[in-house]
Design a protein around this ligand. Sequence first.
Ligand SMILES: [Zn+2]
Ligand SMILES: [Zn+2]
Length: 80
Amino acid sequence: MINKFRQGSAVYKCQCCGKMTRDTGEGEKSCEMCAGCFEVSGYFNSFQDGQITAAEYNKIVEQNMDRHGECSCSDRLEVE
Ligand SMILES: [Zn+2]
Ligand SMILES: [Zn+2]
C-alpha cells in the first residue's frame, strides 16, 4: 500500500496502534508509527543490543500503554 503524502505535518495512521498521528520529527513517519510506538520499537532495538534489560523494556511498554492503550508493540518480554 502506497500513500502519497506531501512533506510536512501530514496526518497518517500508525501501522502499529492504528491511531491517526503526526510526524514529530523523530523519524517515526518513515516507519509509519506514532511517536509512542516508535519509541517502544527503538527501545526494543536497545534491548536486542543489550543496552537495556527485559525488565526495563517492559516498564517502557507499560508507560506507553498508559499513554495510548494496547497495540501490537504492547507485548512484554519474559523476565527471568
Ligand atoms: Zn502507534
Ligand atoms: Zn504500538
